[in-house]
Write a protein that binds this ligand. Structure first.
Ligand SMILES: Nc1ncnc2c1ncn2[C@@H]1O[C@H](COP(=O)(O)OP(=O)(O)O)[C@@H](O)[C@H]1O
Ligand SMILES: [Mg+2]
Length: 251
């Protein structure tokens, strides 16, 4: 195992880095149209004003995202995941990322609670899908479909596809987490375009992990997600590990 980890590490160091973001690094993949997505231990919040390195987080998020995306692939939601390569690396299909953060909410929390004065924890009458422009310098402003279409961030057809996919992801993930006593409060997705011959279609990209979801223990309402970091609640990695343990992906 140790040798394998070392081999991966050195193979990544030989690969061309395509992009380094706040939580992940993308390297050139072994074949055209592929990338290696490396999960870092780095954590940021509030437009990267707050930062920390949380040892072990990358390995856990790699596993959780692999597990969740495998479940989604199985129900016909195409994702970028090809296979996990090592403790913190996965092979993915390269996509042209649509510059939107697509948020789906089941229960009021975070910015929705603040903007509309809803108590955190209030169930919503139905799932709500929101779009934000992915642009840290502008603090990810909310975008209406009018803006998305007018500025050609995505076509009206793509927006429809993204909304439908997001709601399917929500249905599946509520079930997956619900079965292990975890309530899916809300989550953020990113989508990208891929080409098969002449036709372009949308796939789910990026990650699904406690960094990108609000997850509450169904019995105690305890937070098992990045809000532990945002709100200085402590035990961040321990909570992520608890999610992984309940999903059966780590001991
Ligand atoms: N399949 C993919 N193809 C190309 N880019 C991707 C894919 N999946 C995710 N990305 C991009 O890779 C980056 C992941 O690194 P991350 O640390 O999350 O970056 P950021 O700080 O920009 O959010 C994001 O910018 C994301 O949009
Ligand atoms: Mg990101």
């Amino acid at each position: 195992m140790k040798a394998e980890v070392e081999a991966r590490r050195s193979s990544n160091s030989r690969r061309r880095k395509v992009y380094e973001g706040k939580a992940k690094i993308l390297y050139e993949g072994p074949e055209p149209g592929t990338l290696i997505q490396h999960f870092k231990d780095d954590t940021t919040a509030f437009d990267a004003e707050k930062r920390a390195v949380l040892e072990g987080k990358g390995v856990i998020n790699n596993r959780i995202s692999e597990f969740v995306m495998t479940r989604l692939n199985a129900i016909g939601v195409q994702t970028h995941l090809i296979e996990r390569l090592g403790p913190s690396d996965q092979l993915i299909r390269e996509a042209e990322i649509i510059p939107l953060e697509v948020v789906c909410r089941n229960i009021a929390a975070g910015s929705l609670s603040q903007r509309f004065g809803l108590p955190e924890g209030q169930p919503l009458p139905r799932p709500i899908v929101e779009f934000y422009l992915k642009d840290d310098r502008l603090h990810d402003p909310m975008a209406a479909e009018e803006h998305i279409a007018a500025f050609a961030w995505a076509s009206p057809q793509e927006i429809d596809d993204i909304r439908a996919l997001t709601l399917r992801v929500n249905d599946e993930l509520r079930g997956v987490f619900g079965a292990v006593g975890i309530t899916l409060v809300d989550f953020k997705l990113e989508f990208g375009r891929v080409r098969d011959g002449d036709v372009s279609h949308i796939i789910l990209a990026d990650e699904i992990s406690p960094d990108s979801c609000r997850l509450w223990d169904s019995a105690t309402q305890e937070k098992l997600d990045k809000d532990r970091f945002r709100r200085d609640l402590g035990g961040v990695v321990e909570s992520y590990a608890e999610v992984a343990r309940r999903l059966g992906v780590m001991s």
